[in-house]
Design a protein around this ligand. Structure first.
Ligand code: SUG
Length: 452
């Protein structure tokens, strides 16, 4: 039975140790900004302001708390020992890249946290969650455990929510979560088509590898998730990223395409075998949803892939507001580039459901290659599921005010990777996260809060 359902955006709260480690090979913004000075408090506020905008647009909004950083457990597993000051000092001296990885605030890009299939699509009508293993980048692979833990703490009720372990930690099953997953539907509460995008096949002959940068998502990972979530073939399409686009900096599909309900906006060069793929998407969508899929193709001659990567136009959030029309929540960078700015105007003027654009400043995140869409995990929930999830993470004006005060108190204005050895930063980070668990009333989710 179809039920009324909402798309709820769960944004990752930017952590107090947000820094530019230059860690993400193939992500040109991260590579370019490595070792520059970051602004953790401004980054937090930018993210919160975006949430406030979506909430003011009448959308349901929630937060996911940051990961515990530094990750002392991983540092110990990698052979750094002694007390915490000694661990930080030795890691800073012998392996600064490991220290930066264990200090990364990359959990803020919640689009990579998990793949979520709503109950309307799954075999047992529960919402299914698979936390992403993120094995293609070391600093992100250490997110999977806490992500699993926090998703279970938020979506606890086993009659409504099913949680799967992250896929096995091998490059064969390299999984980047919802950044490569788009759900198309007529209405959120009705069955939808789940579009999985991968960059490579792990087990079969590799004919189409990018030559410069890594392809992160494997087909085998996407297929395993479809199996785990109990999605039948009529509800799935698997498409392959164009290796040339990956080489130009398109490390995730959400850097070159965005979809919502019956609309898919994508770049002409996003996929291989584009014609057959789009045909399959249209055919399956029409059969499943009884209506036409609206395809908005952006041509290379209008917006070259390099401009798509430079502005993150496609990393906009495409959302349906309460009057039923759609809005594009785009990064300010896409308004500053004349080609993408004019494309946004043309999309709004054309005959399609997108009626307006809102430009948001998330520059602190953008400088690490994360735009508006990277910062959120979309979770479709029915009224019943909404009532069953943990209520303390739901965004409101009160929570907004409280989180701003919290940031004023605990976040540094500036941070440089050279400061990561400072034991004071680790202390501050813990104090901030400890206070946050009280604000969100989520209990002792961090390892430093557990009593032995
Ligand atoms: O995995 N950047 C992230 C950005 C993730 C963007 N997410 C989506 N497209 N959905 C990444 O490349 C940079 C960290 C550093 O260099 O400090 C980083 O991890």
């Amino acid at each position: 039975m179809d039920q009324k359902a909402y798309e709820v955006n769960f944004d990752g709260i930017v952590g107090p140790t947000h820094n530019y480690g230059g860690l993400a090979y193939g992500n040109v913004a991260s590579m370019r900004h490595g070792s520059t000075v970051s602004h953790p408090r401004a980054a937090l506020f930018e993210g919160l302001k975006k949430m406030k905008l979506l909430s003011d647009l009448g959308l349901k909004q929630a937060v996911i708390p940051p990961h515990e950083r530094p990750d002392f457990e991983t540092l110990r597993r990698l052979g750094f020992h002694g007390n915490e000051s000694a661990i930080l000092e030795r890691a800073a001296r012998d392996a600064p890249e490991i220290l930066a990885s264990c200090y990364s605030s990359s959990g803020m890009w919640a689009a990579n946290a998990a793949t979520v299939s709503p109950g309307a699509d799954t075999v047992d009508t529960r919402a299914h969650f698979t936390a992403a293993n993120l094995v293609s980048q070391f600093h992100r692979s250490i997110e999977a455990l806490f992500t699993s833990h926090i998703l279970k703490a938020i979506f606890r009720d086993a009659s409504a929510f099913a949680h799967h372990q992250p896929l096995p930690g091998s490059v064969h099953f390299s999984d980047e979560g919802a950044a490569n997953h788009t759900r198309l539907c007529e209405d959120y509460g009705k069955p939808g088509l789940e579009f999985f995008v991968y960059g490579r096949r792990a087990f079969h002959g590799e004919d189409l590898r990018p030559t410069r940068f890594p392809a992160r998502q494997s087909l085998e990972a996407s297929a395993a998730i479809a199996r785990l979530h109990g999605l039948d073939a009529a509800k799935c399409v698997f498409g392959r990223q164009n290796p040339h686009a990956i080489d130009a900096g398109v490390f995730h599909n959400d850097v070159i395409a965005v979809g919502n309900r019956n609309v898919l906006m994508y770049h002409e060069l996003a996929y291989t075998d584009s014609e057959a793929l789009l045909d399959e998407l249209k055919r399956k969508f029409e059969r499943l949803c009884n209506r036409e899929l609206i395809l908005i193709e952006v041509k290379e001659s209008d917006v070259p892939v390099t401009d798509a990567v430079g502005t993150y136009l496609f990393n906009s959030q495409l959302v349906t507001v309460p009057d039923g029309s759609m809005r594009l929540v785009a990064p300010v960078e896409s308004r500053e580039n004349p080609r993408t700015a004019s494309m946004v105007e043309r999309i709004i003027a054309a005959y399609n459901p997108i009626e307006d654009a809102h430009f948001v400043d998330v520059r602190q995140s953008m400088q690490n290659g994360g735009g508006p869409a990277c910062l959120r995990l979309r979770v479709v929930l029915t009224d019943r599921e909404l009532a069953l999830m943990h209520q303390g993470v739901l965004f409101s004006d009160d929570l907004y005010a409280e989180l701003k005060q919290w940031g004023e108190r605990y976040y540094r204005e500036e941070l440089h990777v050279g400061e990561l050895a400072d034991p004071g930063l680790a202390e501050e980070s813990r104090a901030a996260l400890d206070r946050l668990t009280h604000i969100l009333q989520i209990g002792s989710v961090y390892s430093f809060q557990k009593t032995v």
